[in-house]
Ligand binder design. Structure first.
Ligand code: AMP
Length: 117
């Protein structure tokens, strides 16, 4: 598994990012090309290229991302109006960075999603 994605470099502080949260398990930072007024990425520090690589006995890796995203949304006053979390897996979903991550999108009504093409 590659430990040389751009997100690994952010975790190692080799390139800058606007970090909004970090603990021993994960880091959260603003997306460089936001698709909504609030667009934050939650990334585990453990190397996992895609959701397909999540071990059956390690659901907490994704659980922690979801908990951190919900906590962030609540702290930012976004939770009542709503938000979307997204994980893209492999090319048909448009995954571009092959280190597992969860997108948090919020701050405006969001369009529908999931249509082919
Ligand atoms: P995905 O398409 O699900 O793989 O999402 C990868 C996301 O990473 C995209 O939304 C990019 O805009 C974002 N991204 C790429 N490079 C950086 C970076 N250096 N800092 C912050 N976000 C980035």
């Amino acid at each position: 598994m590659s430990e040389d994605t751009i997100f690994h470099k952010i975790i190692r502080r080799e390139i800058p990012a606007e970090v909004v949260y970090e603990d021993e398990h994960l880091i959260a930072f603003r997306d460089i090309a936001p698709q909504a007024p609030v667009h934050v990425l939650f990334v585990p520090k453990e190397t996992l290229a895609t959701l397909n690589d999540l071990p059956d006995d390690r659901p907490e890796i994704v659980g922690r991302l979801a908990v951190a995203a919900a906590r962030y949304a609540k702290a930012q006053g976004l939770a009542e109006k709503g938000y979307r979390i997204v994980m893209n897996c492999n090319p048909d979903a448009g995954q571009t960075v092959y280190q597992l991550h969860l997108h948090l999108l919020a701050g405006a009504p969001l369009g529908r999603f999931g249509t082919p093409g």
